[in-house]
Design a protein around this ligand. Sequence first.
Ligand code: GTP
Ligand code: ZN
Length: 192
Amino acid sequence: MDQQKIAKAVKDLLIAIGEDPEREGLAETPQRVAKMYQEVFSSLNHQPEEMANYKVFHVDDVPEMVLVQHIPFYSMCEHHLLPFFGYANVAYVPKDKKVIGLSKIPRLLDFVTKKPGMQERVTTDLVAELQRILDPAGIAVTIAARHLCMEMRGVNKAGQFTYTDKFTGQFKTDRDLKQEFLNQTRNYRADL
Ligand SMILES: Nc1nc2c(ncn2[C@@H]2O[C@H](COP(=O)(O)OP(=O)(O)OP(=O)(O)O)[C@@H](O)[C@H]2O)c(=O)[nH]1
Ligand SMILES: [Zn+2]
């Protein structure tokens, strides 16, 4: 990521909107924004395997489902570069006695959100990454998010939630399992 180019672009932007980029409060803003983009778009600098050491563990007796609920995330919409943010529920059905370190699930969520994107792609990318790393017997991801580009501008509808879900493998074929996932996560679907 080219910090100098970002800072120059932000300075040009400030001039273009009619601001004075030299006034006290704005003087360091271009550098600040460049530093911020480094952080909020950090996965553009990394390959998924660099983001974490995705160790797979083998356990003798695996549970039917591993579920991490209500993981917060912040991302930036690719259309307006405004934040969208919310929570993800992520579950998988272990296969071949393989499980992943629990912290890797929020790390994967970070990886798929720390770049300009769309909620749909966050959902499907998360499923694809988990599939690639663990190849489980089923994956369920549900995401609830608020989009500031719909709240503070444009259509101006505050407090709306957008829900996106993806189910694979056993979550598609086993209705009881899917229902258990939905029951477990029910309280977290509109709780932002
Ligand atoms: N499907 C999807 N759309 C998104 C997401 N984030 C933002 N959008 C939408 O992307 C669209 C971009 O549409 P455009 O018509 O090109 O942009 P615009 O003129 O600023 O649109 P308005 O927001 O309706 O004013 C808008 O409808 C946004 O609501 C997302 O995660 N998924
Ligand atoms: Zn947007």
